[in-house]
Design a protein around this ligand. Structure first.
Ligand code: BGC
Length: 800
């Protein structure tokens, strides 16, 4: 069901350990993959994101400059509304695009779509954190010019992006360089696809002011409804030895600085363009002033200094996050691009959430989902605990809206929105939105894992406990002790992670995760010291009898098991449904959500994404190996993976139960989801959850990492195709590096005090400078040639 659409031709996109890019020009590819390339080459720091559009602003499919949390609201209109349906949608906005630097040579406009290109390369440099492009072309009059550009979105100065542009003409030429910042109306989306953003009608940014001065232009806007003020600005430093005539103009859709130069052959022209973006609820003038101030600072620092800091920041990221794979350079490249995306989505995210596409595209309207807590947090916990804390703190800051939403729905406690930017529920389709109450337990689970891995008990005391209390209250109120089920605690009318089975009773995932949520809340209250507990009581009105009630609901949680099939039913009715007719479903009908009415899906055994299997991974210790295998065998063939959140989880469980071929295939799908455009929609943005899941499949799948019981365990299972896997992990302030080959696993403590880990079932004390090598107790790499058959004779042979 999943097929790579674009396997990049290797002569154009070479294997490169620290870069992704095109080594030569191919006009057909340029045209066919404009949108994909805009995502692949997008730059972001977690606050400011810019799609990888061409420097000239054309050819272009979907230009995008985004600021995390900068959004507009719109009324949601329902054909038939009902009580509690959200009435206000939220959409991440496209900010004025500051990237275009248009070039006219002897009256001919340079556009890659039509130019005669003699040499070309474009590369996202994963080690330096920049996008570079080198182009030599011949004009219609036969003049040759070489243009080299370097673009960065600063990790150091989160409001700033910069482009270094250098042109060397080989002949005397008359040039016009027009550097712009332009507000473009969002392009209408061509396809029917509910996952895409609604295109707002008309202009949503109202101009509040602007000025041009020398080589600088500053613009001020305010959104019409959300009343967010935006200040954006550009400035330039031009180096040329020839006379230059410059004009800066305010235009209806932005501003342009035009430079006219008659340049001599061989003399370079260097232009550095700095851009700054600020937004906030504050006064518009303040945002404009802030943009000016950021520009002043960036110009004073200069491009070389920005570049040097960028490299330092990226190097620091890689020191704690690089996953090295030996034996397959192509997958190494893909893994690094994935990890780089996680860095780009989160580096300066403090005070915001992480959108489903990061800041690489408008799909899903820039909304924050459970994707962050379940798929991205594990990576952040082990590589950037401060960022993990910030992301969880951002959730904490949504508690007032979550409490209000619970009250609106008639419940106690708090219920977090399924999708949101500003903390309010923005999902218009309750069956696959509000009903996904599991997000509450996902947040509780994630914060507990963060505290365990980081040792940040202060976070639990100050913020986490309050989330746990409010979500536990919510679960207790949502479910009930059912007399028909021997007094078991049941939770009805919910949707689990699998959106192809909506509004069901006793979704196994939801019940299991709610049980954990209730237990964590009761435990947190008990373990807090006196002062922290008093503060918690003060903030939540916690009554002494509440924790015992949560524990009781947890202990009596209904978690069914089907004796006949020997599997955990996904929900009460799932196993009674007819299995979807996969055989007669044409390939082009996937994803099914685009081709079948939801009811057709809801009445069948067909799964969009890992659900019970995800529960098995998250609550690993709860299940015996044989149970995992039976559930995998049952659910895997009926899972379409129509969501990108699925295959990474399937890979982890397959690894765990010894289905090494499946584990490897699913891993490759997850890892290449975007670069091979598996879902066919990468042009709308990178799939951040799948990218986080790719790291999870490496760490939890192949390295066999398990946490959650206060211990750090490893049970490595290196794919036969690889010769080594090396992964750094930060655990309670220590950094370890786990290096796995087919003979042994070596654990090195690189920073911090001694640490205890568990290799297979042996406790190992790690001390500084003393690597600990352990051989596998069972042979890890079964006798299997790369890409060949199954390992476990029982491994099913159907491929996805
Ligand atoms: C998935 C959800 C996910 C959302 C955003 C949907 O297709 O079913 O689980 O949260 O995409 O990534």
């Amino acid at each position: 069901m999943l097929r790579p659409r674009l396997t990049p031709p290797r002569d154009i996109f070479p294997v490169d350990p620290w870069g992704v890019g095109a080594a030569r020009f191919d006009r057909d590819l340029l045209q066919a993959y404009t949108g994909q390339a805009e995502t692949m080459f997008a730059l972001s720091n977690g606050y400011l994101g810019i799609r990888g559009t061409m420097d000239e602003g054309q050819p272009v499919e979907e230009p995008g400059t985004y600021l995390n949390g900068f959004y507009e609201t719109r009324p949601i209109t329902y054909g038939e509304s009902a009580y509690g349906f959200p009435d206000t949608g939220q959409s991440m906005l496209v900010c004025p695009d500051g990237t275009p630097i248009r070039l006219t040579v002897d009256d001919e406009i340079f556009n890659l779509a039509t130019a005669e290109v003699l040499e070309f390369s474009r590369r996202l440099d994963l080690a330096k954190g920049v996008l570079t492009r080198n182009t030599t072309w011949r004009t219609q009059r036969g003049r040759r010019l070489t243009l080299k550009t370097t673009r960065l979105v600063s990790l150091d100065m989160k409001h700033v992006a910069a482009i270094h542009w250098e042109l060397v003409p080989e002949d005397d030429v008359d040039l016009v360089i027009s550097s712009e910042i332009v507000e473009r109306a969002p392009l209408p989306l061509e396809d029917f696809d509910p996952r895409l953003a609604e295109t707002p009608e008309g202009s949503i940014l109202c101009t509040t002011g602007g000025s041009v001065d020398g080589l600088r232009a500053v613009l001020g806007f305010v959104t019409c409804r959300s009343r967010l003020a935006l200040g954006c600005a550009m400035d330039h430093v031009l180096e040329t030895s020839s006379p230059c005539e410059t004009v800066a103009e305010r235009k209806e859709t932005g501003a342009a600085v035009t430079m006219r130069i008659a340049e001599r052959a061989g003399v370079p022209i260097r232009l550095t363009k700095f851009m700054a973006y600020h937004y906030g609820l504050e006064d518009g003038d303040d945002m404009v002033a802030a943009a000016r101030a950021s520009l002043d600072k960036a110009v004073a620092r200069g491009f070389p200094a920005l570049l040097a800091r960028q490299e330092e920041n990226v190097a620091q990221f890689w020191a704690g996050a690089d996953v090295e794979v030996e034996g397959d350079p192509a997958i190494q490249q893909v893994i690094r691009w994935n990890l780089f995306q996680l860095m780009q989505a989160s580096f300066r995210v403090h005070g915001h959430g992480i959108g489903a596409r990061g800041l690489t595209g408008r799909s899903y309207e820039g909304h924050y989902f459970w994707d962050t807590e379940i798929y991205v947090l594990p990576f952040l916990n082990y590589t950037a605990p401060d960022t993990a804390r910030a992301v969880l703190k951002f959730r904490y800051d949504m508690l007032p809206q979550a409490r209000a939403r619970a009250r609106e729905l008639g419940h106690r406690g708090a219920t977090f929105p399924w999708r949101t930017i500003n903390g309010n529920e923005a999902s218009a389709y309750y069956a696959a939105g509000t009903a996904q109450y599991h997000i509450n337990a996902d947040i509780a689970y994630a914060l507990n894992r963060y505290v365990e891995v980081s040792g940040d008990d202060e976070f639990l005391a100050r913020y986490g406990a309050e989330i746990l209390v409010e979500t536990a209250r919510f679960w207790l109120d949502l479910g009930f002790f059912s007399a028909r089920r021997e007094g078991r605690f049941c939770i009805n009318a919910v949707t689990g992670p699998d959106e192809y089975n909506a509004v069901v009773d006793n979704n196994y995932f939801t019940n299991l995760m709610a049980q954990e949520n209730l237990r964590l809340a009761a435990k947190a209250v008990l373990t807090l010291d006196k002062d922290a507990r008093a503060a918690l009581v003060e903030r939540t009105g916690l009554a002494p009898e509440e924790p015992a009630a949560w524990s009781e609901a947890a202990d009596r949680m209904y978690l069914p098991y089907d004796e006949r099939l020997g599997v955990h039913p996904q929900d009460d009715s799932f196993l009674d449904k007819e299995v979807w007719d996969f055989e007669n479903t044409p390939e082009e009908n996937y994803p099914l959500l685009l081709n079948y009415h939801p009811l057709n899906l809801y009445r069948s055994q067909v799964i969009k994404q890992a659900d019970t299997l995800l529960a098995m991974f998250l609550m690993n210790g709860h299940f015996a190996d044989a149970e995992k295998k039976r559930d995998f065998d049952y659910y895997d063939p009926i899972t379409t993976h129509d969501s990108s959140l699925s295959v990474c989880i399937q890979s982890i469980i397959a690894s765990e139960i010894g289905y090494s071929r499946k584990a490897f295939d699913y891993f490759n799908f997850a890892a290449s989801m975007d670069l091979s455009d598996v879902g066919g929609n990468v042009k709308h943005g990178a799939h951040v959850a799948s990218i986080g899941g790719t790291w999870m499949a490496l760490a939890y799948g192949f390295a066999g990492l398990r946490d959650g019981s206060g211990e750090t365990r490893f049970r490595p299972r290196l794919p036969a195709e690889w010769t080594r896997l090396q992964i750094p992990l930060t655990i309670r302030g220590r950094r370890i590096r786990v290096s796995i080959d087919h003979e042994e696993t070596v654990y090195r403590l690189e920073a911090g005090d001694a640490l205890e880990i568990i290799h297979e079932d042996e406790t190992v004390q790690l001390t500084p400078a003393v690597p600990e090598a352990r051989r596998p107790t069972t042979k890890m790499a079964p006798d299997r040639k790369a890409g060949s058959g199954a390992v476990d004779p029982a491994e099913p042979d159907d491929s996805t």
